[in-house]
Structure formats: structure tokens, C-alpha cells
Design a protein around this ligand. Structure first.
Ligand code: URA
Length: 298
């Protein structure tokens, strides 16, 4: 019923506008209906936007995905966003980093190491990358994604026509997960460890309001409330804190695949995901970028 009324209403309003009318009389019962029509229209346009798939060149069939749109994938955790004092984004992020450093919950677990690694990059970035947790090199340098996986991420950012300083790079878990005989060994953060740090990344999202988030790997996606394998979640938009999220392969996975001589398909898919993120962020995409993997077999 409501959907049927919408085109008629639009036609009527267009006619009135063409006739130079700037106001139309609305009966009380119609006045009640209008907000419902408007919110329905907003939901439809959100759904259309969220169900868009990658614009990249793919000789592969699209990733198998459950029916989109997936409004259920919108993370329902806004209450975890923290109140942070500060006049600018820089000030708020600096204060938030201090709050993370002093936060009792992650430390109370006793399973994370002591050094806090917060984030790096542009507080006004349109693109935000989110990984899982710092590793040995990140802990040494106090900066996310500076080890081997980080070097590949930097190459990907360069291929997007950006610099590390243009984007914002962070992790869900702000401390390196501890393990026995640690040495340079790293492990994925547990769900509990990510949950203890979740308010910080959600508040970073809230402060920065990027145009798009790229969740690097299934663990990061899961930490953000997007469960399931990357192969099922990539190639479409999810929503966290009102921001569109692209899920893609973790750079460590791309490196492992490459070592096993099987990296091309995952790399191609990762690039398609980046094109999707670039498109959403309104970044220019050249023909060369669009066709990056076109001529390569695999
Ligand atoms: N992997 C991550 O997820 N984050 C880092 O900072 C480094 C490696």
C-alpha cells in the first residue's frame, strides 16, 4: 500500500512544483503517513547502496554471499562508544589513546602484553583500515602494520594512489596477544581480548567518521561484529557504527598464499575489494588501476 502511494505522491508533488507551488495542503492522516514513506525510502536506498558489489574487473565468479542487503550485519554496539574530551579529532584521538593505555579491562585479562599500540595516520581520513592486533614489530615500533604484513599493506595503499599518511590504520586489539615462549611469535587475539578493546576502535570510528572501513581478515571482521569466513563476507558492504565496511583478506594471508604459490586469486580478490572501498570513498580510479589484474592469468 505504502509503496504504491509513493510514485503517485511524487508525480503529484512534481506537478505542483511545475505549476510554481512551493507548499501543498496535507490532510492530518496523510501527514501521519509521510514519515513512514520517507523512512521506507531511506531504507530502500540504504539497502540498494549496501547490496552493491565490487566494481573491479573479475574473471572470477562473485564471492558466494548470503542474500544482500544484510542489515543484520550492522553492528549493534553503539553504546560502547566512549565520551572523549577534546576540541579536534587529533585531541580526541590522543585522549582516547591515553584511555586505552590506562584501561583496566584488557590488562585484567592477563593474556595480553603490556605495551599499548594505538593507531597511525590521518584523523580526517576517508579510508580506515582495521586489523586484528599488533605483532612483534608493531610492538617494537609502537605503530600498527609495520612488520611484513604491514609492508604489504603499505604497497596496497600505494597502489590505491595513497600514502600511509593519507589513511588511518588501527587494530581492534591494542595489545600484542601473549603466548608461551613468545620470541617473535604472534597469535590472533581471542574474542574476549577483542571485546575488551572494542570500545576503543568503535570510538575511533565515531571520531574519524571515515567514508569507508576496510576490515583486514576474518578475525578483525568478527571483532567488529561481522562473523563468518572472509570468502563469504567480502564483495559486499557491511555497516559498523553507520559506516560502510568492506571485508577483505588479511595481508598475512596474502603473504602465506604467495609463499605457497597460490596467491594470485586472493590478491585479485583483495584488489577488487580495494576498488570497492576506493569507489565508496569517492577516490579516483584510473583505467590502469581498474584493469590491474585483467591481463594476468590465475
Ligand atoms: N596484523 C594486524 O592485524 N595488525 C597489525 O598491526 C600487524 C599485523
Amino acid at each position: 500500500m505504502l509503496a504504491d502511494a509513493l510514485p503517485l505522491l511524487r508525480q503529484y508533488l512534481r506537478q505542483q512544483a511545475d505549476d510554481g507551488q512551493t507548499h501543498v495542503p496535507v490532510r492530518p492522516e496523510a501527514r501521519e503517513l509521510l514519515p513512514r514513506l520517507a523512512s521506507r525510502r531511506q531504507a530502500e536506498s540504504d539497502a540498494a547502496r549496501l547490496s552493491r558489489t565490487a566494481p573491479g574487473p573479475s574473471s572470477q565468479p562473485p564471492a558466494a554471499a548470503p542474500p544482500s542487503p544484510d542489515p543484520g550485519s550492522a553492528s549493534a554496539v553503539p553504546s560502547l562508544v566512549l565520551e572523549v574530551a577534546g576540541a579536534t579529532r587529533e585531541e580526541k584521538l590522543a585522549r582516547l589513546a591515553q584511555m586505552a593505555e590506562e584501561a583496566p579491562a584488557p590488562r585484567a585479562l592477563g593474556t595480553l602484553r603490556g605495551t599499548m599500540v594505538f593507531a597511525v595516520g590521518n584523523p580526517n581520513a576517508g579510508v580506515m583500515f582495521i586489523g586484528e592486533a599488533p605483532g612483534a614489530e608493531e610492538e617494537r615500533q609502537h605503530e600498527p602494520f609495520v612488520g611484513p604484513a604491514g609492508q604489504l599493506l603499505t604497497k596496497i595503499i600505494t597502489a590505491m594512489g595513497l600514502k600511509r599518511a593519507d589513511v588511518y590504520i588501527s587494530n581492534i586489539c591494542k595489545f600484542r596477544p601473549a603466548m608461551e615462549n613468545q620470541g617473535n611469535g604472534n597469535r590472533k587475539p581471542s574474542a574476549q581480548e577483542m571485546a575488551a578493546c572494542l570500545p576503543f576502535i568503535l570510538t575511533e570510528i565515531d571520531i574519524i567518521r571515515p567514508k569507508v572501513i576496510v576490515a583486514l581478515g576474518g578475525t578483525a571482521a568478527e571483532g567488529l561484529g561481522i562473523p563468518g569466513p572472509v570468502g563469504r563476507n567480502r564483495g559486499r558492504f557491511h555497516v559498523v557504527g553507520g559506516v560502510p565496511v568492506v571485508v577483505t583478506w588479511h595481508p598475512s594471508y596474502l603473504l602465506r598464499q604467495e609463499q605457497e604459490g597460490a596467491g594470485l586469486q586472493a590478491k585479485r580478490q583483495s584488489w577488487e575489494d580495494m576498488l570497492m572501498a576506493m569507489d565508496e570513498a569517492g577516490l579516483p580510479i584510473s583505467e590502469k588501476q581498474r584493469g590491474f589484474f585483467k591481463s594476468r592469468a590465475g
